[in-house]
Write a protein that binds this ligand. Sequence first.
Ligand code: GPP
Ligand code: MG
Length: 291
Amino acid sequence: MTMLDSTATDAAGQVLVTRYQKSVSEYWNNEKAPVNIRLGEVSGTFHHHYGIGEVDWTVLEGDEAGRQERIIRELHRLEGAQAEFLLDQLGPLGAGDRILDAGSGRGGTSFLANLRFGCQVDGVSISQEQVKFANAQAAERGVADQVGFHFRNMLHNEFPADTFQAIWNNESTMYVDLHKLFAEHARVLRPGGRYVTITGCFNDLHGHQPSRAVSQIDAHYICDIHPRSEYFAAMAANGLIPISVVDLTEATIPYWELRAKSEVASGIEDAFLTAYKEGSFHYLMIAADKA
Ligand code: GPP
Ligand code: MG
């Protein structure tokens, strides 16, 4: 083994601690779903989250040949709207602030954040391929000095305490233990800093197990969707004080209705529509401040 090999192995060993984390990393290293790549190619901003807002259903009208392309553009527009809504919640940020994208995927939300706030953005992902892709994008966009992606674990992110004015998870909390996650976020957030997540969580009003449809979503992504109450319990336990909660469930259903009609549908659309419509699953935005 060369020195380089041993360094790479050691680094990977530190970042990926559990067998579960290794399997999640492997999943995202190999992921090239058209529903993500073709949507990303519309504008060059690649997202790994869903969309919100009213669908322009006229995309279904008109010539058959262009219909699928119009659907893809519309899905991408709704995903962009979701990311912009998340950024709306981050509070006032200046060029001197640092912000963290926990579970940064191919970098979409990070780049939109940098465009809006002009500040330094760090993204962490346990997928080496996603980190490579996102850093290549940063170079291509000419913002590599401001936006950087790291092969790191959001549960031990390796940044010094009190580094960030804002941190977000855009649909990435379902891969980790919330108590560990929020303890780590609280460590690196500056006092008064803002935390925001948009997430799917199961409705534990009537029980502590996820519904069949939610379990199907878990199996599809190899994730572990948390109950709604756990977000607030884990925030409270870690000095993160909620300031705003928005139920986006109604706002995301049209995205899924349209996605189900797309040639890039992945097969998970019916599970989301069932879960949302039967009330066993919510799409929530939660914002909190660090005490
Ligand atoms: C979005 O990623 C989904 C996840 C990261 C995990 C599950 C999220 C929940 C809210 C339950 P994606 O854009 O890669 O998914 P897809 O390929 O289905 O578009
Ligand atoms: Mg997607």
